[in-house]
Design a protein around this ligand. Structure first.
Ligand code: ZN
Length: 122
């Protein structure tokens, strides 16, 4: 997986959040569209179907909101390194990540971030 996908984790999270948002909106729209008969008569006037669609869409949008928040929070605390390939300053999550700009795989040395050495489980 690491060899095929050279996307930084923050970027991947934002992509996920983006798609969740899009799918959530589409599901809610489809739920309403089916209910009103706009998208066909299969589920016309089916309140249950529309409710399910609206709920799934709402949950997806909440998930994407949380993902956006998390990606925003971790990007402020993650280590900043200069990419050896494109010389831009990129952010890293964990010990292995990829450059946000060119996708260059990066590895972080242990000694460069002693404050992250101990995993806290609180
Ligand atoms: Zn780069």
């Amino acid at each position: 997986m690491k060899k095929t996908e050279h996307l930084s984790k923050i970027k991947r999270m934002r992509t996920w959040a983006n798609w969740n948002m899009v799918i959530g909106i589409l599901l809610m729209y489809a739920g309403y569209g089916f209910y009103s008969g706009f998208l066909g008569s299969l589920f016309e006037k089916s309140v249950l179907f529309m409710t399910i669609m609206l709920l799934i869409g709402f949950v997806l949008m909440m998930v994407s909101t949380v993902l956006f928040m998390v990606s925003g929070m971790v990007s402020t605390t993650s280590a900043q390194v200069e990419c050896p390939k494109c010389k831009k300053v990129t952010k890293m999550l964990g010990k292995e990540d990829a450059c946000m700009f060119c996708g260059q795989p990066l590895q972080l040395e242990e000694e460069s971030r002693p404050d992250r050495g101990i995993e806290k489980t609180t």
